[in-house]
Design a protein around this ligand. Sequence first.
Ligand code: PGA
Length: 255
Amino acid sequence: MKTIIANWKANPATLAEAQELFSAEVEAAEKYSSVRTVICPPFVFLEELSKQLATSNQQLATSLGAQDIFWEKSGPYTGEISPEMLKNFGVSHVLVGHSDRRYLLGERDEIINKKIKAALTAGIAPVLLVGEKEKDDIRQDVLIDQLSRDLEGLNSEQISKVLITYEPVWAISTHVGAEADTPENALEAISIVRSLLNSKFQIPNASFLYGGSVSEKNVADFLKHPQISGAVVGGASLRPAEFTKILEITSQISD
Ligand code: PGA
């Protein structure tokens, strides 16, 4: 089963718009239920959208995700949202290590590591995003460095629950001059990660996602490869017609 994860980032501005977008995407997820669809709205909409999902008869096809998580259950952590709070809204997945947080907010690998552990303890699947910042960065070094630190102290059973996503930062649609990576490059990155997981953590068969300017035009080029089991979709997840098309195309690809 392929997985499509919608990352809405800090969009839309109002609850009414969020509800409208959500209902279109939940409906599409139901129509193409052979795809695992995860929608990650901003925190402030999670409560209402989880109610909306519970009252629709389409709840089975859609999972709710969060865009961040804190590592303590409660306490003096101003501005933070704990795993327990997310669980209360039925959140099943959480994005961790997104480049917006790594580079705009200075989130370090040590913090990402704590967040992954907290998510796993709470039974929430972490979607870990890794990737080089610039096209001419030495990708292998960046990936090995990020993954070694982000996954430190986790055992192979825990790591196999992490959805590792190769998302080169230069390929994210909102960056100047961005374009999707080529599937060939993404496969190469995935094979670097695969051999690291195998040698360092003894995990031979992890599954990997791709992120970065995924659209209705290129999604099949990535997902037709059995090594790529899904995609993280940013910009296109704010356009319900395109997102629906992405789910439709994905539903036609077998694993
Ligand atoms: P994009 O964003 O699909 O708009 O490139 C992906 C992401 O930032 O997760």
